[in-house]
Ligand binder design. Structure first.
Ligand code: GMT
Length: 379
């Protein structure tokens, strides 16, 4: 198949999923065309089946905001007709699903029929998409996509609750590429970070409010009061300064390291003993799955799709949002003995294996094939 993928090229979850999916499809012999404003962050090496089409738009003094949607639509029309793509898969509804709809209409006027798949990732429905400045467009473009997928059962239900949806939404879970995400021996790193054998807690995110990273520090403080430990904070975002201030106020700067955005997250996850994700909302929690694949048990909140990934009492623990006492208690429980810790590590890995790319990728391929067949029958 010739597949077009539209996504945000950033480090964020939806861009990562879109890129890893494209790379997986390319590995399986499909031709994949990424169409976005920058080379996706995880698209780092050459692959003969992968193409990147950069969207650029002209600047003009009249434009206070550059009309990216118009430029992306034009690029889609151009790439789809020239490359003769079979299907277009857009990740994150805003603005991609509406842009895809527009491109489809223009192409139809030229006698080209292409099915569109929209994958909903979370905030495009819950936090942003639900705002009335976007919701009519989101609702329309969901209903006018040929196929719609959501990354968790929670997100599927929430989409149906928040919008008037007349489309069947298929749940296709986020996945993990075990060629990359696996525990590796990084003893020298571990010695540098925790020279006295301290336990290592870890968190990765975009440091937005919804991630509640302050809770991570509060949990760490309670754990640190009981056992020698270090905290690694990976990522960056709007809450960073306020988080650094909290570390100073709590006198924890010696034991908390802000590592910024990292490419080789799996190497740092390999050092960690417990992963903390206390989000106020999370449609899936890919970061938790990546940790589990590296054998790191997870302390998560109980919102959104997190309980679909992290099984309470098995792969870690699921606690109420904001209940940092319970999160710390459960963290200490996991770390209470090597035997208990090992059991959680093995369970985390076993659960992560259920989300292996090799199991999820065929679900997308079959879905594409069905939509292509349906759209051929229509024309
Ligand atoms: O909030 C993020 O982590 C970024 C955001 C995005 O849209 O890029 O992530 C969302 O999509 C990920 C991939 O499907 C999910 O694993 C995240 O749970 C989801 N984030 C939220 O729902 C807050």
């Amino acid at each position: 198949m010739k597949i077009g993928i539209v996504c945000y090229p950033t480090y964020g979850g939806s861009g990562v999923v879109a890129t890893e999916l494209g790379l997986g499809l390319a590995k399986n012999g499909h031709q994949v065309h990424f169409i976005t404003y920058q080379r996706p962050a995880r698209l780092t090496s050459f692959n003969e089946n992968v193409f990147f089409h950069e969207v650029s738009s002209m600047s003009y003094p009249l434009f206070e905001y550059s009309p990216y949607e118009t430029a992306l639509t034009s690029k889609l029309v151009d790439v789809i007709s020239f490359e003769k793509l079979d299907i277009l898969h857009v990740h994150y509804a805003i603005p991609h699903a509406a842009v895809a709809y527009m491109a489809k209409q223009i192409l139809a006027s030229r006698g080209i029929n292409i099915p569109i798949v929209t994958t909903l990732h979370g905030t495009d429905i819950t936090l942003v998409g639900n705002d009335k400045s976007f919701s009519p467009v989101v609702e329309f473009s969901i209903n006018n996509s040929d196929g719609v997928t959501a990354v968790s059962e929670y997100l599927r239900k929430e989409t149906c609750n928040l919008f008037n949806v007349d489309k069947e939404i298929k749940v296709v879970y986020n996945f993990i590429d075990f060629d990359r995400f696996k525990k590796t021996d990084k003893e020298h790193f571990k010695k540098a970070i925790a020279p006295e054998g301290e336990k290592i807690l870890i968190h990765t995110s975009n440091f937005r409010k919804v991630k509640r990273v302050h809770d991570v520090i509060k949990v760490f403080k309670k754990v640190h009061d009981q056992i020698d430990s270090k905290l690694l904070l990976i990522g960056d975002g709007p809450e960073r300064q306020s988080l650094e201030n909290l570390c100073r106020e709590m006198g924890l700067c010696e034991d908390i390291r802000f590592l910024g955005k990292q490419d080789a997250v799996e190497e740092l996850l390999s050092l960690a003993d417990v992963f903390i994700i206390p989000s106020a909302n999370e449609s899936f929690g890919l970061a938790a799955l990546e940790a589990m694949a590296c054998q790191v048990p997870v302390i998560s909140s109980d919102v959104g799709g997190l309980p679909e990934v992290n099984t309470d009492g098995v792969t870690g623990f699921v606690c109420k949002v904001g209940d940092t006492d319970m999160m710390a208690k459960k963290c200490l429980e996991i770390l209470s003995s090597e035997k208990t810790h090992n059991k959680f590590k093995q369970n985390a890995l076993a659960r992560a294996q259920e989300f292996n790319l090799d199991n999820i990728l065929p679900q997308y391929v079959t879905y594409y094939e069905d939509l292509i067949a349906k759209s051929k029958n229509k024309s």
